[in-house]
Design a protein around this ligand. Structure first.
Ligand code: PMP
Length: 322
């Protein structure tokens, strides 16, 4: 779908995937005015295909567009674009445990000019691809970055824009160098409070049956999986705290058993148990570091059962497409 100031959204079409042709002076290539979303469509128990809370993605996309001074994609256009693509071929949504169709809606500034100002033209595109589980079945190991932050107060941390991810790549490379699967970022002011991972939010289970996760203060992405898990956890009798988590206290708490479980959560990762957090000066191990925690697995099952229609969709989260 194309956008031009004065004309609005126009030329919506579904076509076979092909390379984009862009002028070398296209705004997005220079000033990174770009946002995206990540969603999944699942085969459901009743033989249909459904996505999960697409209106939440549409809302977040609008908020990202606003932060990046871009044109807003109306929520119904966003959902219709995604649904039209998924519905093209029912067979490209894989069935089977952990399988889904990953959907990537994105928008780029397409006006041709050099100069720092918001573009007056945009392209909104949706692509998709079948995927399996993001991580294997075991626990994920995580490197705590003491050198790099992902977002600063007043910055773009709460928006899903490409620049955030570009800034996080060097830390992601560092985490691989230390033998870890993922990086965990700390706050940019004190390098002390936990924020989020490269592409996931993070949660910890304390020994008083409380699920704790960093609050949404504008520097982390408000994850849709995060939001769903917090609701499900409360309904399953857990206490939930959205509160700053001091990395040093967490390391101590892992050592003395106060923090028992840890997991990453997001559309791609769903719920992935964390075995250990590594840092230059030590390691925090959850449980035996290899076996996923009981509560982590319970929450994962609760969430995926809803997504795939194995249990009742009491929240109205499942959006049937086919
Ligand atoms: N944080 C970051 C940085 C992410 O990229 C993602 C994935 N979109 C998340 C958190 C989790 O968000 P969601 O649950 O909406 O996928």
């Amino acid at each position: 779908v194309k956008y031009k100031e004065g004309k609005g959204w126009h030329d919506a079409k579904v076509t076979a995937r092909k390379p984009l042709t862009l002028d070398p002076a296209t705004a997005v290539l220079h000033y990174a005015q770009e946002i995206f979303e990540g969603m999944k469509a699942y085969c459901t128990e009743n033989g249909g295909v459904a996505s999960f809370r697409p209106e939440a993605n549409a809302r977040r996309f609008r908020a990202s567009a606003e932060r990046m001074a871009m044109a807003e994609v109306p929520e119904d256009l966003f959902i219709k674009a995604v649904d039209s693509l998924v519905a093209i071929d029912r067979d490209w949504v894989p069935s089977g445990e952990g399988q889904s169709l990953y959907i990537r809606p994105f928008m780029i500034a397409s006006e041709v000019f050099l100069g720092v100002k918001p573009s007056s033209e945009y392209l909104f595109i949706v692509i998709a691809s079948p995927v399996g589980a993001y991580f294997g079945s075991g626990c994920v190991s995580v490197w705590v970055s003491d050198d790099y932050s992902r977002a600063a107060p007043g910055g773009t941390g709460a928006a899903k824009c490409g620049g955030n991810y570009a800034a996080s790549l060097v830390a992601q490379r560092e985490s691989k160098h230390h033998g870890c699967d993922q990086v965990l970022f700390l706050d940019s002011r004190e390098q002390r409070f936990i924020e989020e991972m490269g592409g996931m939010n993070v949660m910890f289970l304390r020994d008083d049956n409380t699920l704790v996760t960093p609050p949404l203060t504008g520097t982390i992405l408000p994850g849709i999986t995060r939001d769903a898990i917090l609701q499900l956890a409360k309904e399953r009798g857990l206490r939930v705290e959205e509160t700053p988590i001091d990395i040093n206290e967490l390391f101590e708490g892992a050592a003395n058993g106060r923090y028992r479980e840890a997991f990453a959560c997001g559309t791609a990762a769903v719920i992935s148990p964390i075995g250990s957090l590594k840092r230059a000066e030590g390691e925090a191990v959850f449980g035996d570091g290899k076996t996923p925690g009981e509560v982590t697995l319970m929450l994962k099952k609760t969430l995926t059962d809803i997504q795939t229609g194995r249990s009742n969709d009491e929240h109205g989260w499942v959006h049937r497409i086919v």
